[in-house]
Design a protein around this ligand. Structure first.
Ligand code: GTP
Ligand code: MG
Length: 197
């Protein structure tokens, strides 16, 4: 699929204020700093579309981007940021869980995991919640350029193994780098196939 147009539409705290749920939608979630906003920029080929930062906690709202006038990509604030206050966490919980539960046009949530790290409790718990809530999701391993291919492969296999201790099957997954653009074609193809369902 070619991305001809990628336009920022709006930022919201409340899912009810988001654009009318009339087009297929895909959201990006994961720990703060895992590379959600960078991945949106990489996928769309617009390096400054979503705001990124070296410091965690950059994305704070539900951000809608309209692609080719046909479907939405949504950048979300991250979880698991050690410096976040209890109030911040509660705000995130209300805003994001409501959005994920109530957004009727959400075809898939991409859960981003840093390919350099072992499985973290916060990610496993979040995916468990998605599963229990019957929200469809896929996994994206990020920052693969930061290590050798074999190391990435090892981490991915360990992660899948860990998930299989908890789940009967694992969702589809992708290995990506926003620097080398690895994984771009696979993710766009996956989105394209869901758009057609
Ligand atoms: P929050 O909005 O704070 O939750 O973070 P985020 O998940 O949106 O992360 P963001 O895209 O802002 O990226 C965080 C940092 O990681 C930035 O310094 C990016 O340049 C860097 N980064 C993201 N993806 C990659 C990648 O694939 N490779 C490398 N080398 N760096 C990356
Ligand atoms: Mg971000």
């Amino acid at each position: 699929m070619k991305i001809i147009q990628a336009t920022f539409i709006q930022s919201n705290t409340d899912y009810k204020a988001c654009p009318a749920p009339e087009k297929p939608e895909y959201a990006f979630i994961g720990r703060s700093n895992v590379g959600k906003s960078s991945l949106i920029n990489m996928l769309t080929g617009h390096p400054n579309l979503a705001k990124t930062s070296q410091k965690p906690g950059k994305t704070q709202l539900i951000n809608h981007f309209l692609i080719n006038d046909e479907w939405y990509l949504v950048d979300l604030p991250g979880y698991g940021w050690a410096q976040a206050s209890k109030a911040d966490r509660e705000k995130w919980d209300t805003m994001i869980r409501q959005y994920l539960l109530q957004r009727t046009n959400l075809l898939c949530v991409f859960v981003l995991i840093d390919s350099r790290h072992e499985a973290q409790k916060v990610d496993l718990e979040f995916m468990e919640w998605l599963g229990k809530s019957e929200i469809p999701f896929s996994i994206i391993f990020t920052k693969a350029d930061k290590q050798t291919k074999s190391k990435t492969q090892l981490h991915v296999e360990q992660y899948i193994q860990k998930m299989l201790e908890q789940w009967e099957e694992v969702p589809s997954y992708f290995v990506t780098s926003s620097v080398s653009r690895d994984g771009r074609d696979e993710i766009l193809k996956f989105i394209d196939s869901l758009n057609k369902t």
